[in-house]
Design a protein around this ligand. Structure first.
Ligand SMILES: *Cc1c(COP(=O)(O)O)cnc(C)c1O
Length: 219
């Protein structure tokens, strides 16, 4: 069942786009089933849940933390996390850097932007990101690698609005690329698109889609 749903989603995803299977709330067996069908990128939104699953599943899984991350919890995932999608403050960047250093590694991060109408979503705006990236405190962090941007569209039916929000994130990516990362090939990811909107997200330039319920069923 998961195997079939995964295959169905994959059919719609071009080779240059990474499919992250969002497995939050799902049991180990469900992840193992997706793994056995070839899936290697998994996304979780809670630190403890991700750490427990990481310990129980094969080592070559690449773990993406897609939910809000509190600084005091970075230490639980620093040893293994492949990419943190929710970097939204200097304080968090400093903590990720510190914990990465302890494990002698560099952690990939995406800057999370607030592109939705809803008030509750976390994330930076362009001005906040610009001043963070320009600051000396940020530039001195050697154990984090900023590989792109992440955002969540509004939870609405209106396709035009969703499309507009994806375009906003892509424009932010393009602006930052020119301003801060023009000579860095690592800054190339635009993480946007979920089960309900990943096709539109890909049309608007997404390079990473985070798909949960279309693979694992409703939560
Ligand atoms: C849960 C979640 C997803 C996946 O949502 P689905 O609608 O189940 O595909 C993607 N991104 C984030 C940040 C999430 O929390």
């Amino acid at each position: 069942m998961i195997r079939d749903q995964l295959a169905d989603v994959k059919k719609h995803i071009p080779a240059h786009v990474t499919l992250i299977a969002v497995s939050k709330t799902k049991p180990i067996e469900a992840l193992q089933e997706a793994y056995d069908a070839g899936q290697r990128h998994f996304g979780e939104n809670k630190v403890q849940e991700m750490a427990e699953k990481e310990a129980a599943l094969p080592e070559d899984i690449q773990w993406h933390l897609i939910g809000h991350l509190q600084t005091n919890k970075v230490k639980y995932i620093a040893e293994f996390v492949h990419c943190i999608h929710s970097l939204d403050s200097l304080k968090l960047a400093q903590e990720i850097n510190k914990q990465a250093k302890k494990h002698d590694r560099i952690i990939n991060c995406l800057l999370q932007f607030h592109i939705a109408q809803e008030e509750t979503k976390f994330g930076l705006d362009l001005q906040e990101a610009t001043s963070m990236l320009a600051g000396e405190a940020f530039k001195s962090l050697e154990n984090i690698r900023i590989i792109g941007v992440m955002g969540m569209a509004s939870f609405v039916e209106d396709e035009n609005q969703i499309r507009h929000e994806f375009q906003t994130l892509k424009a932010i990516f393009d602006t930052l690329k020119v301003q801060f990362f023009s000579n860095q090939s690592v800054f190339k990811e635009v993480s946007m698109g979920m089960s309900g909107d990943y096709l539109q997200a890909i049309q608007e330039g997404s390079t990473m889609v985070r798909v949960g319920s279309s693979i694992f069923g409703i939560r």
